[in-house]
Design a protein around this ligand. Structure first.
Ligand SMILES: [Zn+2]
Length: 116
């Protein structure tokens, strides 16, 4: 079974990873303190990564507004479904917005032809 994840959670972990990468890159710059130009490049890259993550967080905000809040039938918690099929944020239960897909095996490809 492929490791499916809720889309919003996936974007969120990407944004978090960017913050970490930013800090690691800036930290790496310290090792080049004898070469101020190199250090400056590392610092700039780090700042860019952190700014990028801020952009991704803003994007999550926009995406969350389009997502449909549903109560997961499996764990009973509220989650958000993005696209035609998505996973529950809490228990990774596959959820679908499309009744015709109900009961079918979960496939992320359903999202690709979403002209409903
Ligand atoms: Zn659930």
């Amino acid at each position: 079974m492929k490791p499916y994840k809720n889309k919003i959670n996936r974007i969120r972990s990407f944004a978090l990873a960017l913050v970490f990468i930013g800090f690691i890159v800036m930290y790496a710059g310290i090792f080049f303190k004898d070469h101020p130009a190199v250090m400056l490049i590392f610092m700039l890259l780090g700042v860019l990564a952190i700014l990028g993550s801020t952009g991704v967080y803003a994007w999550i905000g926009m995406v969350s507004m389009r997502a449909v809040p549903v109560i997961c039938p499996n764990c009973g918690k509220q989650t958000k479904v993005l696209g035609r099929v998505d996973m529950c944020m809490h228990c990774n239960e596959p959820l679908t917005m499309d009744r015709s897909l109900e009961g079918k095996e979960f496939d992320e490809d359903f999202n690709k032809n979403s002209n409903a």
